[in-house]
Design a protein around this ligand. Sequence first.
Ligand code: ZN
Length: 138
Amino acid sequence: MKSYRKELWFKTDQRRKLINITREIEACLAESSISEGLVLVNAMHITSSVFINDDESGLHHDFEVWLEKLAPEKPYSQYRHNGYEDNADAHLKRTIMGREVVVAITGGKLDFGPWEQIFYGEFDGKRNKRVLVKIIGE
Ligand code: ZN
């Protein structure tokens, strides 16, 4: 069995941002030369997510509105976690959007259903953060 590991770095200019990282994961897969197996992609921080969904701007707006209803950023004082930090909402948003995805690799390609794309979801950005890519297989 072969294995491959890589860290991808992100620094968003906004507090919250959704980034399509499908091309980056495909590049990792090509670099790994693994054609049958699994790829795990996970956020290495507890205020950001990796998830799979549609790359459609209306939906991305809907995610922002929905997450702000569930865990509004402000007022910061509404959260016990906020003291030294102001990112309680980001922890909650990350939990809902998920930590990681696993995708099957078949014939050297990500074995997606229709419209599936991999996203990095940043909820407390403007600093360097990492995503882990681990690929195992043959
Ligand atoms: Zn925190």
